[in-house]
Write a new protein. Structure first.
Length: 85
């Protein structure tokens, strides 16, 4: 299972790569986490829900892989602190 974040409108969406298409998980099942960070933090039942949503996804949730623009997998945190010696 390959998961990705991609640009959608002015934001991003979580998708599942399925061959030459991407299943927009926010369209397939609106109750799923909206990003990879939330999906990783979710209980293991969320991954089962992703598999179910992918297998039952309507055509409206499928996008051509070459038509989506990949986004950063994990959004940058608010602050980065660096200390040099």
């Amino acid at each position: 299972m390959k998961l990705m974040m991609f640009e959608k409108g002015k934001g991003t969406a979580l998708g599942l790569v399925d061959g030459k298409s991407v299943i927009d998980l926010s369209v397939a099942d609106a109750s799923l986490p909206k990003d990879l960070k939330s999906l990783i933090a979710a209980p293991s039942s969320a991954m089962a829900a992703v598999k179910t949503a992918a297998s039952t996804a309507q055509a409206s949730a499928r996008l051509a892989l070459d038509a989506v623009k990949p986004a950063l997998p994990i959004s940058p945190s608010g602050k980065i602190i660096c200390v040099g010696l």
